[in-house]
Structures are given as structure tokens and as C-alpha cells.
Ligand binder design. Sequence first.
Ligand code: ZN
Length: 471
Amino acid sequence: MTTQTKAGASVAPDANVAALLSKLDALDLQQKEISQQPSPTTDLSTTLEPRPNPYSSRVILTTYPKQFGIHPLSLHWGAPTAEERGPIVASRHPDSIRIRNAIGAYGGSYCIYRALAVAIGELDPTHLPNFTLTEPPVQIGPHPQWSDPKKIVSLDPYGHLVTTAYREDIGRGTDVRPSIAITKAHMKIAEIDASVAAGRLTVDNRIVLPNGDLNVTKAAVEPVWYLPGVAERFGIEEVLLRRALFEDTGGMYPELITRPDLKVFLPPIGGLTVYIFGDPAHIGQPGKRLTMRVHDECNGSDVFGSDICTCRPYLMFGIEEAVKEAQQGGVGVIVYFRKEGRALGEVTKYLVYNARKRQAGGDRADTYFLRTEYVAGVKDMRFQALMPDVLHWLGITRIDRLTSMSNMKYDAIVNSGIEVVERVPIPDDMIPEDSRVEIDAKIADGYFSTHEGDKVALLQTKGRDWEDVAH
Ligand SMILES: [Zn+2]
């Protein structure tokens, strides 16, 4: 039984995998038999117009490395150019399925909506995108980090250059899609308007416009995982990573098991957005300062202003500091990760809120993380080890001011080879009263703070009771 997993080494299936493969074969046969049987008629057919099935009658449950007709396009992660790396093809389009060289589907979690659109007849499953005029309005990279297979393992550094680098493949009808898109925009934020009114930010007609709008360049990035690199980053074997991804997605991607030759996986998870204030070309340039914040999604606070945590205030502080840096000739960057509720999701988060408010003694900083562990089994699933990839994609080598208190983020950034000159905590006067529980629990847990003295006293912090609020 061989389960060795050095990066680049092939993974021989073990006994469990062999058993799984034979089950999949049997299922494949059953599916073929099913598809050959006439469709049963039921009472439903009298009330529902049967939808034409847009797919071929044979269901391909999975593929195998030496299967007849399967010839994946060559893909060399970490190659010095996009051309040498090769396009990432995750499509099961009839013209792409035989040359497919990646597991998963384009679009992150949105692949499910695409499936729904096909199922209800809104989308032709063979539709190929028309990419005319979609190219980035600014240049990002190439940077030396792009061809370091250890620096970037969770996104495609050429993801925004797909339509030009792989123009010929796309012209031949291969379904290759960008996993990164870059655009320019204006932003209108109430807190920034207030900063301008209070004189903390000045209108410069370049980054802050006379009406208070911010001028920004932004990039949306979908995850693309190089499985050997991801496994190495977490210090586990690739075969274990593949098995866990297979099992805990409900067996959604059998090729994680049956195609050890395919090293790239497009996971069905949220990606990230990069907001750049100032000239993107200045990022990584000697003499150009960089202020940045890496922010993990918190819909309740970021969008809806919930006061139980510091997320939106800290994000606004991060934006304001980023804008100031850009106005002084440097660059400001905000990276916004879709990792809702410490990547535990919003349902888990609300369950924890309830437990926190109802527990004996009320909402307390000293039980803040424990309550999350009771529900989720862990206190945090953001696992920042992959987070610095986007910083390397941007070409960042030094962060002059990092507006973050998280040691997990700081450690991940520094351990990836990026220097952090100064860490900037959120100013006290920006912390909502009810969120003191969160911020004090984090400081007591080792988050960076400039108030080192009061860690024990901070555990006395108590949050608002529900009963204080009239419903
Ligand atoms: Zn929050």
C-alpha cells in the first residue's frame, strides 16, 4: 500500500481507494443501465411539462488516469510563464472533458447556481463565454513570486491573463475561464464621508473625490488549489487532503480519489476581493510604502452594522489608513476574504451568539472561544496558511503598516517571507460597546494589542444582555 505524497510524486491508491474505485465502476454501470431504461411515467407528467434533458444519456461519474480518450492538457504549476504553465481546464464541456486537467468547476460556489440554471433550461450547458473587452484595465504582475510553486498554491497567478495567454486554446473551443478579474470603481461609504467632513481625510481629486467617493482598483479572485502545495502548506500528506475533501463535500468530487494525476482543484468556496488605493504598479516597488488590512468577511457587521463585533469599524479604519497611505504617495490595500464567521458560516455564528447570550453569567469574554468550540468543535477554521498567496500575487514583499491585531494573520504573512514593519490595532474609540467581549477575548487569547498590561482584568468584560433590547 503506497500513500506517499511528496509534492509532485504520484499517489498510488490504497486498499480503501481501490474498493471505492470498484464501487464507482459499479455505479457507473448501474447509471448506464438506468439511462437505457424508458423513463417511468407518473402522475406528475400530467401536471408538469417534462424538461428536455440537456445532457448525454450516459453519466460519466468519474474518470481515471489511463482511461481511453482521456488526455489532460499538460499543466506545470510554478512554471515561469503562463504559456509554459498551461491553461487550467476544469470544464466538463463536451470539447473539454477529455483534456480536462483540473478537478472541480469554475466559479467557486456559484457553480451550483450554474447547474440550477442549466437544469431549469435558462442556460445551455455547452455555452462558452464571450470574453470580448473583459481584460484588466490595469496591469498586475508578472512578479517573480508567480513562478515560485511554494509561494502561491491557492490561486492561479495567471488567472486574470487567461483570455490573452490562452487565446489559442479558447479559439479552439476549449472552455478555459479566468479565475481573476480586475476592474476600476468608485466607492461611497458613510464612514469615509464622515472622515472627510471631520478633516481626517482630505479631498485630493485623485483618490478621494470632491463628493467623498473613493477611487479604487479592485480584483476578484476565485480559489484554485494546487493540491500538493496546499497539503505541504498544512504539513499533511496529499492523499489525506484529497480524502478529506472528498468525504467532507459529501463525495462531491470522485476525481479527488480516482485522478491522482490531476493536481489542481477548484474548490466550491468563496474567494476574495482586493481593493487597491493608489497606483497598483507601485505595489512591491522600492521606496513605495504599503498600508494594508486582510479582512475576513462578517456580513452582520460589515454590511448590516451589527454591534456585537468590531469587524466593520476595523474595516473602515483599514480603508481610511489605506487611503491616507495612497494620498502620501504609497499604496493602500484591503484584501476581503469570504470566510464568514471565521469560516464556520453564519448559521454556526448565530448559534454561538445565542449560546453566549444565554449562558449563566451572560456574555463573557472568558467563555467567548469556548462557546464557539462547543458548537463547531473548533474556535476558528480560517487557517491563515493560504492567505498570504494573494499578497505574493500582488508582488508584496514588505508591509509598512498592517492594520490587524490577529497573530494568525501576522504569523502567516511573516512566515511566508513578507516583512511587516508596524502592526496597527483598531483605535479604542472605534470599538462598539457590545463588541468589547470579542475584542477583549481576542487580546486575552494573544491577539496583538498595545495594552499589554490588562489581559487578566479584560476577562471581566461582559456584553449586553438580550433583555436590554426591546423587541
Ligand atoms: Zn464580525
